[in-house]
Design a binder for this molecule. Structure first.
Ligand code: NAP
Length: 241
């Protein structure tokens, strides 16, 4: 039976590239989405046409009860996932002085709360199996802090702390927990940003491609990465602010 990889936010952007890559690496994909049903179904159809295996799975990662319900049903039906990629994320940018509590809460609940809800739901079967890979998608903003993104930077820095702690908590069960921290990557999330200006500040002089983030995730998911845990792998074109 194929190993299973759950990818949250798999309908678009980086998550979609991760799902495509892990499907090519032989995983059955649980492709989570929030609102983009058509895109997630299209992705799964494309994976199946290419000889892979994928299931679109709708839940909002910010909703703890809904996420737990959806994942418990899937785990009951198919067994626990071998790899969990916590990728779903949002931005609500603005200066702290004018940031609403809602903008703060939405970002924290989705980006950091989502990691908690999804990883917790999948943890028990991993602990029982004494095997597993948990990979969270953080951001350069979480490593360095980015003005106009106090909420987003807090959520992404929080992921790094959470993963380092969880890595130590469950290392004895042979489960690794790592973080990939992308710089600017060409997706819907950054389409409003001044690309030409930003590219000048990136040592490699270009935005990353979603496939380049997916390659880092695929490595951390692989058997070869079995001795790496609690690590933050920056994939940012050399842009360490
Ligand atoms: P994107 O193109 O905006 O795609 C976001 C994905 O997350 C979509 O599949 C979306 O699903 C899903 N999503 C959002 N809220 C969700 C929720 N509450 N529950 C379930 N799924 C949800 O973003 P992206 O650029 O690919 O970003 C992916 C991850 O990489 C994010 O965590 C982001 O913070 C991080 N990142 C991105 C960049 C960058 O430059 N692009 C840089 C650093 C880090 P729907 O389509 O259903 O809405």
């Amino acid at each position: 039976m194929s190993k299973i990889a759950l990818v949250t936010g798999a309908s678009r952007g980086i998550g979609r590239a991760i799902a495509e890559r892990l499907a090519r690496d032989g995983y059955r994909i649980w492709a989570n989405y929030s609102g983009s049903k058509g895109a997630a179904e299209g992705l799964c159809a494309q994976i199946e046409q290419a000889g892979g295996s994928a299931l679109p799975v709708q839940f909002n990662v910010a909703d703890g009860e809904g996420t737990t319900r959806a994942l418990e049903a899937l785990i009951e039906a198919e067994g626990g996932p071998d790899v969990v990629v916590s990728n779903a994320g949002i931005t609500r940018d603005g200066l702290m002085a004018t940031m609403s509590a809602n903008e703060w809460n939405e970002v924290l609940n989705t980006n950091l709360g989502g990691f908690f809800h999804v990883s917790k739901a999948c943890l028990r079967p991993m602990l029982r199996k004494r095997a597993g890979r948990i990979i969270a998608i953080s951001s350069l903003s979480g490593e360095a802090g980015n003005p106009g993104q106090v909420n987003y930077s807090a959520s992404k820095a929080g992921l790094i702390g959470a993963c380092k702690a969880l890595a130590k908590e469950i290392a004895s069960r042979n489960i690794t927990v790592n973080v990939v921290a992308p710089g600017f990557v060409q997706t819907d999330m950054v389409k409003e940003l001044p690309k030409d200006e930003l590219e000048k500040m990136i040592p490699l002089k270009r935005f990353g491609r979603p496939e380049e983030i997916a390659a880092a995730v695929a490595f951390l998911a692989s058997d070869e990465a079995g001795y790496i845990t609690g690590h933050v792998l920056s994939v940012n074109g050399g842009m360490y602010i």
